[in-house]
Design a protein around this ligand. Structure first.
Ligand code: NAD
Ligand code: TYD
Length: 365
């Protein structure tokens, strides 16, 4: 095994490929890097699946250093043409199928995009950087999840040395893609970094995920579907803090290294739903506790992981990163954003999602 190597000085990039930039986290990463890395031109490659939405980047679409390309990471010809045209010296790879529930009903889409798509992208990057003789100066950054480590009991935290134990088709596909990325590093000397982050929350998150789904349903006075008994625990991180960690790792991460990212912020689902009810009811001037009656315990998710929690001390010690906001601050900002952006919510939920929602929750009884 090659030991991780520190860069000589913080990296800068001339031309970055960001995949999945029209999604939740990618849109925050692009907005941040356009602001903080003025020398970098960014190409956002996104297939615009149900989860991708150009409205997430409406405020930067005219930026001189930003280009959007609609396309699939499994399309090797398109990727080869893009590498030739833009001479990328870095890749931040976020494109993925990302929702555990959908991976249970349609696993193959996850294996195709998350494993084959990642392998296709790696292969084209390797060819391009080898031909251009710039492999040593380039960087392939794979954005991954803590779910690759499996599920914790009541105690303990995931660290970078926790053995992989993925248990859903989503986490198995992300674990697999992490392995392929490491294989390209060890076999071909491709400079890579990987980060494994806990659950994100914040603006522009597709409302199939817990927090925006609950906010939307509280506003609309619809049932709040809590899986099982609501005792599963997640460690929540504000998406803008994830974006800041990604920037630190992109510019200073040690080649070949892995960084866990998390907020030391564990919540049982049911407690989090109560907190959201409190916040949203207060902002809508409803009497305290009004929406508690909407809580509906529904059939549990198959193979539902009990608890995720991250030890992010390696990232803090090696690169000095820490989250910038408390959960109260981040959640208040998030609730306000959804309440002020009802048009965004209506737009992203207008298509196939309505059918998905009706079917998914009808099946849970
Ligand atoms: P998302 O579902 O909001 O966005 C994914 C984006 O990828 C969408 O814009 C979609 O159109 C695009 N995409 C999907 N398939 C594609 C394909 N074949 N080709 C090109 N583009 C494609 O997801 P997210 O929550 O923003 O997550 C981004 C990344 O971060 C994922 O790799 C995910 O595994 C990882 N991650 C997410 C979280 C989280 O809490 N959301 C936590 C840790 C890691
Ligand atoms: P989710 O946002 O889908 O993220 P992940 O599965 O990647 O952690 O779900 C977060 C937690 O909330 C998870 O324990 C499942 C639970 N959950 C519900 O109880 N009800 C819901 O309607 C959804 C979507 C999730």
């Amino acid at each position: 095994m090659t030991e991780p190597q520190a860069p000589h000085s913080p990296r800068t990039f001339q031309s970055l490929l960001i995949t999945g930039g029209a999604g939740f986290i990618g849109s925050h990463v692009i907005r941040r890097l356009l602001r903080t890395q003025p020398q970098t031109r960014i190409v956002n490659l996104d297939a615009l699946t149900y989860a991708g939405n150009l409205a997430n980047l409406a405020d930067v679409e005219a930026h001189d250093h930003y280009t959007f390309v609609k396309g699939d990471i499994q399309d090797a010809d398109l990727l080869t043409a893009l590498f030739a045209e833009h001479a990328f010296d870095g890749v931040i790879h976020l494109a993925a199928e990302s929702h555990v529930d959908r991976s249970i009903t349609n696993p193959l889409a996850f294996l195709e995009t998350n494993i084959l798509g990642t392998a296709t992208l790696l292969n084209v990057a390797k060819q391009s950087w080898t031909e251009r003789g710039c492999m040593d100066e380039a960087l392939f950054y794979h954005v991954s999840t803590d779910e690759v480590y499996g599920s914790l009991g009541q105690e303990g935290l995931f660290s970078e040395t926790t053995p992989y134990d993925p248990r859903s088709p989503y986490s198995a596909s992300k674990a697999s893609s992490d392995h392929v990325v490491r294989a390209y590093h060890h076999t071909y000397g491709m400079p890579i970094v990987i980060s494994n982050c806990s659950n994100n929350y914040g603006s522009h998150q597709f409302p199939e995920k817990l927090i925006p789904l609950m906010i939307r349903n509280i506003v609309d006075e619809r049932p709040l579907p809590v899986y099982g008994e609501g005792i599963n625990v997640r460690d929540w991180l504000w998406v803008e803090d994830h974006a800041s960690a990604i920037e630190v790792i992109l510019t200073q991460g040690w080649v070949g290294d892995t960084y866990n990212i998390g907020g030391l912020n564990e919540w049982r689902n049911i407690d989090l739903v109560h907190k959201l009810i409190e916040l949203v009811d207060a902002r809508l001037n409803r009497p305290e506790g009004t929406s508690k009656a909407l809580i509906t315990f529904v059939k549990d998710r198959a193979g539902h992981d009990l608890r995720y929690a991250i030890d992010a001390s390696h990232l803090e010690e090696r690169l000095g990163w820490k989250p910038s906001v408390t959960f109260d601050e981040g959640l208040a900002n998030t609730v306000d954003w959804y309440l002020q952006n009802q048009a965004w919510m209506d737009e992203v939920t207008s298509g196939d999602y309505q059918q998905y929602y009706a079917q998914h929750y009808a099946n849970r009884g």
